[in-house]
Each structure stands twice: as structure tokens, then as C-alpha cells.
Design a protein around this ligand. Structure first.
Ligand code: NAG
Ligand code: NAG
Ligand code: NAG
Ligand code: NAG
Length: 768
């Protein structure tokens, strides 16, 4: 739930952040009876084979039916990149709707499913996951009008329910329950915003995990729905004018063809529109567009004072421009006149709040660790910008939020752990620090209008504590809610943070979670997770799936904070992007070597896992060091780095990868693109057991990346006698990149992943 409930006002995040670290991930459902029967047949056959034991590996492989489907290779398809010809024999898999692709997907799912269901611990794993998952999850309460609102999930509900309370002590009432929107929980709230006075609730819904959404409105007092539904919404801000009459929102009104997330077409010509509540969408007013810049996405936020609309266009996954327009006394009837404040795409500028005409931005301009600056909108020339909170020499400013009239809360990252502080909005002066354990703030609520703040803390062994403090009345924060998980004793485990040396000598932080009585003889299985891109930091969070791995397989969980992430600010990101991309891969491989050298584990018991950009990370490491890992789990990963920018919003990732259109980048990308670097290992070795996961409505990283890669792996390696490790793909239906995924699907997916690891590495599930 955490990620969905994040309350920070960032320009729309379209980067390929994967949500696995919030224990939200992916899985497989089937919707056709015929298919179902086919799968059942195979399963029967399998359970029969399963009862025969004492066979050698090769025979076992036959038994679990690792007969990969034949995939047609079209050797004629090739592209010429700056004089180099590169074949693309599985180009046909780029069409998600062709009969041939559908048949390929079905056939792959049959093989995968038969492998996964033959795991004899399947029921144990599923039961334990379900049991441990079943604890209440809360978001921070947030005040709108004279009421408090918060999300709560009793434990196994597919979607969290939105509750309302008159005071924090009163009995909460259900305000909005997304579980009523679909039988299978695949409709999720993906954005929401109350009007300034709290009278109208605007919310965005997404089906099956797509990035597309629809916006709806409810009268908060009566619960009555407004008739209009806004369509073609994607990468949208949602921000109210302070007269409570309407919202600014964004989307691609011109996009033709399917727009349900199962298409792969590129998104072009983002537009910002104004909608007056109670009127049909056809009357919406186009307020901002940039027709000469079809790839820009338009972020926007109405200032805290309501007098300005701040417009924040972005092209890639970093750097944005800043414009503003005055709203005071303006009757919105057409395009708004924009004043440009930042005219070069060279740094990030996030709006935080304003103090009169001074707008406060968080920026990394000449500040790798981020800082706050004040820009007077009446006098905005760059020479006049003032530093409000200078860059900290070591700690990275993660976010800042205005509270209690003249203050702001700043959240820093210090060696990947959060530090929370209160500052004066006029001077930037530090007023106090909030006590915090080693871990992560995953939710915050507070407002300039109120003196009360709430923050939500979590860590590897702490499921969640919500603190509150009235800055006017209280001396210290107090605990509003502390989550306890049934049948889970944190004292049986321990977490350490170590700093290992990468190939070039750089020290890389890594968290390691294990049993308190762990024995370092190389016998423990390990799960190493990483991301390493897009300035995304991997901070400690509570994950049921990972704890089941640690508890029941006597496992070691390791999170490597490799370069490319934001753990040490923009410099850490830059150190692992574009021509430095290989550094991320080096760091990750060095993490594996560290775990082996220190006898946490051995190669044959080591699984690496990553999603999205992290999916590319693990498949690249697999190509580069097939001998180093026992298994790899790549969730909705990229693999075709020559063509990623041609689909949906892929072009936005050029800021991390570069593009094959550029000869220098082409050369660099070719060195690691996982689709193009699959090769038979030397010395008769084999590839690790491989599970790729993807989904039919993933319009962030489209499924073709996983489909083309699995076809290539199976073609090049699948027939080799020494390749006894499975090479599988799991293609889920009615699911996307991970956001909004219903609990039932999350548990299914986690079950499959743990089964895959147990089955591939021959691990034993121990019930205690
Ligand atoms: C969640 O959805 C699944 C179908 O995806 C359904 O079987 C299950 O009953 C739902 N769970 C709850 C608690 O409603
Ligand atoms: C950049 O920051 C450094 C140190 O914080 C400062 O000395 C320098 O003047 C700044 N440069 C610009 C152009 O602001
Ligand atoms: C990059 O990461 C830092 C640290 O978490 C954060 O403050 C900043 O907002 C991030 N930038 C973007 C564009 O997400
Ligand atoms: C298979 O592996 C063995 C060693 O495990 C090796 O001797 C043999 O050459 C390999 N076969 C092939 C075809 O590479």
C-alpha cells in the first residue's frame, strides 16, 4: 500500500520505478476455460511424474516438461545501426495482439505453470504468505475540511479502503471502498485529491494495472457521485483551483487506437486541461500544451496560496522546466499565459510551497544532494534566487513539505536511512530533529494550515509505526498506531548494513537481513535485490515475501544500494547512468561476490532479483556472469535496449540509457543490452535458473522485452544438454507494472517466485 499512498507532490513520476520493495509485485491468471483445462491436464501429468524419485537431473528436466515452445525466427528482420547490422528475429513478438504472439504466450505459461505447480512446498509457501500478509495496514491520516481521512487494509483485502473520521478518536466510517469496483480487485485508486475546502473528492481509477486512468468526483458530504468521467488521462497531475470549482489534469486526448494499457504505441502530445466539476469532459479547457515538443509531459501544481499555477514540463526522467501563471481573478476560458522561470532542461526543480510571492523549490542545480531555493515570482531572474536550505555536504535531501504556517519538514537520507527535521520557512534554520530508528519514512501528512503532522515509519523488521505531533502543543511526537504482525517475532532476526568494495574500489552500502543465529558456513540461500537507476533509492521496508524466505528457507536477504540510484544524490545517479551504466552491473556483481566471500552463501544458492530497470540489471548480470548466480528473477524488466524508446513512454528513459539513434550510445548499449548478449557459457557451464515475469497491461515496460528475451534464451541455450536450469517466463493477465495490484495477485506472484527459487535451487521449506 505504501507506494500508492505516498503523499508527496512530485512532478508526475513515469520513470520505471518498480514497487517490489514495498512488497507489491506481480503474477498469472487465466481467463479462458479451454486454456484452463489444458493447464490442468499438464498438471496431472506432472504430479504423476513427481512421485518418481531418484532420477538424474536430465531426466528430471524432461519430467518437469521443460520442452520449450518452438518460436519462429525470422532471420530476415534486421536493422542497420550506424553501419552495424543487428538481427531481430523475434520482431513479430512486438505485436501483442497477433494470434502468433498470443499462442506463444499461452504456450510459455503452460511450461512455466507446470514447473511452478510441481513445487512440493507450494501450499506451505502460499499458506504462510497469506497468514503473514494478514495484518492491518494504515496510511497516515490527513485532514480535509473538518475531517480526517486515511486508508486501511484489514490484511487481505485486495484494495485498501478509504475511511473518514470526525476526530482521531472517533469510530472511522467507510468513505470509499475500491473493492466494490471490481470482482477481482483489479480496479485501483491511483491518484486522488480533495478540493481545498474538503467538499469534493477527485480520484483517478486504473484497471488492470495500466498507466491510463479515468478521473471521477464525489461530493464528500453526501457521498453522491458527479456524472462526468474524464478519459484518456495519463501521467496526470491532479490539482484544484482554490475556489473548489475544478481541477487541472493531464493526458493524451489525441491518442488513437486502444488506450487500455495493452497497446505499445508511443504517447505523444501531452496536454494540460481544466475541468469544472459538474460539466461534461467535452467542455474542458485546454490550458497548456507544447505542440512543438510532443515528448514533454506536463506536471502542474496550484500553489499553496492558490494564487499561481506552477507548470513543470519534463521530457525524460530527470530535469524539468518551470513556468507559472497567475490564477487570482482569472476566469479560465482558454490557454493560460505562461511566464518562464527555468528555461533549460538541466536540473530538477520540484515545487514545495510558497511564502508570499516567494516560491520554494527543491533543486539539484549545482547541488548533487539537493537544496531548497526561494524564487520570487515577482522578480524571478536567476541572480535573485535565494538559498533557503543549502545543500548538505553528505546527507541527501529526499523531500520537504510545508507545515504549521511558517515551518517545513525536511526528510534527508543519511547512508540510505532517513533523518527527519523541522525547519523555519523564513530562514531555513533547523528547529528540531524527530527521533527515528534505522529505516524509512514511507508516508507523511501535514499542511501549512494545520499544526498537526503524521509520519509513517517502516523498516525490514518493523511493519509500520505512525507517529503524530501537534507542533503547537506537543513537546515530542507520540505513537498513533503501531502495527503488530501475528506470529512474527522480530527478535529472531537481525539487520546489518555493511559497505563493500566494488570493482573500481568504490564503497557500496548493502543491507543484510538474516536470522539472529545465522551461521556463516556458506550454506544459507541468499536473495540479492538491486535496482541501480533513475535516481531511485532502495531503502529498508517491511516485506512479507522476503521474511518468509528468511524464516522458512533460513535465507539471507541482501539489498545492494548500487550506483545509478539516488542513495548519495545526483552524483550517485550519474555514476551509474549513460556511459557509466556498467558500474551498476559491476556493483551488483561485487555484492554477490561479497556475500560468497563472507560465507553468507554460495553461487549455487544465490538468487538475484530486480524489477523494471532492475530486471535489466539482473538479466545483464546473468549474461556477464552466468557462473555467479543460482537463479535470477527479472520482473517486468527491460531487455531490448536498442528499441525500448519506441514503445509507450520508453523515450523518457533515454536520460538513463541513451538511445541507439546516437552512434556513441549505440556502441555503449550494445555492450550490455541483455537481449543482444545472450551467449553459450564457456567451459560447459550453464545459465542460472531464470524466471522472467511480465504482464499484458504493462504499458510502462511493455511485455515484448521479456518475450523476446525468453525466446532468445530458449533458442540459444534451451536445447543444450548442460542447460538443466529452467528458462521461463510468467505472463500475467489483467495486470500491469505493479501499481495498484490487488493483494490476491500479489500473494499469487510471491508464491510463484518463492516456489521457483525453492524448486530451482532445491531448497527445503522448514516450517519453523
Ligand atoms: C481478491 O480478489 C480475488 C480474485 O482476484 C478473490 O478471489 C478474493 O476473494 C478477493 N479477496 C477479498 C478479501 O475480497
Ligand atoms: C556551486 O556551488 C558551490 C559550492 O556550493 C559554490 O561555491 C559555487 O559558487 C556554486 N556555483 C554556482 C554557479 O552557483
Ligand atoms: C532524486 O532522489 C533524491 C533523493 O531521494 C530526491 O530528493 C529527488 O527528488 C529525486 N529526484 C527526482 C527527479 O525524482
Ligand atoms: C557439459 O558439462 C561438462 C562438465 O560439467 C563438460 O565436460 C562438457 O563438455 C559440457 N558439454 C558441453 C556440450 O559443453
Amino acid at each position: 500500500m505504501a507506494a500508492v499512498l505516498a503523499v508527496f507532490r512530485l512532478p508526475q513520476v513515469v520513470c520505471i520505478r518498480h514497487l517490489a520493495h514495498f512488497s507489491r509485485t506481480i503474477h498469472i491468471t487465466r481467463n479462458s476455460k479451454i486454456k484452463q483445462n489444458y493447464i490442468n491436464n499438464i498438471q496431472t501429468r506432472l504430479s504423476f511424474h513427481h512421485s518418481i524419485s531418484n532420477k538424474n537431473i536430465k531426466e528430471k528436466r524432461k519430467m518437469v516438461n521443460l520442452q520449450y515452445p518452438d518460436a519462429r525466427r525470422d532471420e530476415k528482420v534486421a536493422d542497420n545501426y550506424h553501419g552495424t547490422e543487428v538481427k531481430d528475429p523475434y520482431r513479430w513478438l512486438e505485436d501483442p495482439d497477433s494470434d502468433e504472439t498470443r499462442a506463444f504466450v499461452d504456450a510459455q505459461n503452460v511450461v512455466t505453470n507446470s514447473f511452478l505447480t510441481s513445487c512440493k512446498y507450494r501450499q506451505d509457501i502460499h499458506n504462510r504468505l497469506k497468514q503473514l500478509w494478514d495484518f492491518p495496514k494504515y496510511s497516515c491520516p490527513r485532514k480535509h475540511g473538518d475531517k480526517y481521512y486515511f486508508y486501511m487494509n484489514t490484511g487481505l483485502q485486495n484494495q485498501s479502503v478509504y475511511y473518514v473520521q470526525d476526530t482521531l478518536e472517533d469510530e472511522p466510517r467507510v468513505f470509499f471502498d475500491p473493492n466494490t469496483l471490481s470482482e477481482d480487485g483489479t480496479v485501483a485508486i491511483t491518484s486522488s485529491q480533495f478540493s481545498e475546502d474538503g467538499s469534493i473528492f477527485a480520484y483517478g481509477l486504473s484497471s488492470s494495472g495500466t498507466d491510463w486512468s479515468t478521473i471521477h468526483f464525489i461530493n464528500a458530504k453526501t457521498g453522491e457521485k458527479y456524472p462526468e468521467v474524464l478519459e484518456q488521462v495519463k501521467f496526470s497531475p491532479l490539482t484544484w483551483t482554490h475556489d473548489n470549482k475544478g481541477v487541472f489534469y493531464g493526458g493524451y486526448p489525441d491518442q488513437a487506437g486502444k488506450t487500455d494499457g495493452s497497446e505499445t504505441s508511443g504517447n505523444r502530445n501531452h496536454k494540460l486541461r481544466y475541468h469544472r466539476v459538474g460539466t461534461p469532459q467535452s467542455e474542458d479547457i485546454l490550458v497548456v500544451d507544447f505542440p512543438e515538443e510532443p515528448l514533454w509531459r506536463i506536471g502542474a501544481v496550484v500553489s499553496d496560496c492558490g494564487k499561481y499555477l506552477i507548470v513543470l514540463p519534463m521530457k525524460d526522467c530527470r530535469d524539468n522546466l518551470v513556468y507559472f501563471t497567475k490564477l487570482e481573478g482569472v476566469d479560465i476560458r482558454g490557454k493560460l499565459p505562461l511566464t518562464q522561470v527555468v528555461s533549460k532542461l538541466e536540473a530538477d526543480h520540484d515545487y514545495v510551497t510558497n511564502d508570499g510571492t516567494k516560491a520554494i523549490f527543491m533543486t539539484n542545480k549545482n547541488a548533487s544532494n539537493f537544496k531548497l531555493i526561494a524564487i520570487d515570482l515577482e522578480d524571478y531572474a536567476e541572480e535573485k534566487w535565494v538559498e533557503l536550505l543549502p545543500e548538505h555536504p553528505y546527507n541527501v535531501l529526499d523531500w520537504a513539505a510545508a507545515v504549521d504556517g511558517d515551518k517545513f519538514v525536511a526528510c534527508y537520507m543519511l547512508d540510505v536511512k532517513n533523518v527527519l527535521q523541522l525547519h523555519c520557512l523564513k530562514t531555513g534554520q533547523l528547529l528540531r530533529t524527530f527521533p527515528l530508528d534505522v529505516g524509512t519514512i514511507i508516508g507523511f501528512s501535514g499542511d501549512k494550515k494545520y499544526s498537526e503532522i503524521f509520519y509513517h515509519f517502516t523498516s525490514f523488521l518493523t511493519p509500520g509505526i505512525i507517529y503524530t505531533m501537534d507542533l503547537k502543543k506537543d513537546k515530542e511526537p507520540k505513537i498513533l498506531r503501531e502495527i503488530k504482525v501475528k506470529d512474527f517475532d522480530p527478535n529472531l532476526y537481525k539487520t546489518v548494513q555493511i559497505f563493500y568494495e566494488s570493482k573500481d574500489g568504490t564503497k557500496i552500502p548493502m543491507f543484510i537481513v538474516m536470522k539472529a543465529n545465522a551461521v556463516f558456513d556458506g550454506s544459507m540461500p541468499a536473495l540479492l535485490y538491486g535496482y541501480g537507476g533513475f535516481n531511485v533509492s532502495q531503502q529498508p521496508t517491511f516485506s512479507v515475501t522476503r521474511l518468509v524466505f528468511v524464516q522458512h528457507f533460513n535465507g539471507v536477504l541482501a539489498i545492494a544500494n548500487i550506483r545509478g540510484g539516488g542513495e548519495y544524490g545526483e552524483k550517485w545517479h550519474n555514476a551509474g547512468r549513460l556511459f557509466n551504466k556498467q558500474k551498476s552491473y559491476d556493483d551488483f556483481q561485487a555484492a554477490a561476490e561479497y556475500l560468497i566471500e563472507k560465507k553468507y552463501t554460495t553461487s549455487s544458492k544465490l538468487t538475484i532479483q530486480g524489477g523494471s530497470n532492475g530486471g535489466l540489471l539482473v538479466t545483464t548480470c546473468m549474461n556477464q556472469r552466468p557462473d555467479l548466480f543460482g537463479a535470477i528473477i527479472s520482473q517486468c524488466g527491460l531487455s531490448d535496449m536498442l528499441r525500448f524508446h519506441k514503445f509507450t513512454v520508453g523515450y523518457a528513459w533515454v536520460s538513463d540509457y541513451g538511445s541507439s539513434d546516437d552512434p556513441k550510445h549505440f556502441e555503449n548499449i550494445m555492450k550490455y543490452s541483455s537481449l543482444h548478449n545472450v551467449k553459450v557459457p564457456e567451459n560447459g557451464g550453464q545459465y542460472p535458473a531464470t524466471l522472467l515475469t511480465t504482464a499484458d497491461h504493462d504499458d510502462r515496460v511493455v511485455a515484448l522485452h521479456s518475450l523476446k528475451l525468453i525466446a532468445t534464451l530458449q533458442h540459444k541455450l534451451g536445447q543444450l544438454p548442460n542447460q538443466t536450469n529452467p528458462l521461463l517466463v510468467r505472463v500475467e493477465t489483467k495486470a500491469g507494472h505493479g501499481a495498484g495490484k490487488p493483494t490476491a495477485k500479489l500473494i499469487e506472484e510471491s508464491t510463484d517466485i518463492l516456489c521457483f527459487i525453492a524448486q530451482s535451487l532445491k531448497l527445503e521449506f522448514k516450517s519453523t
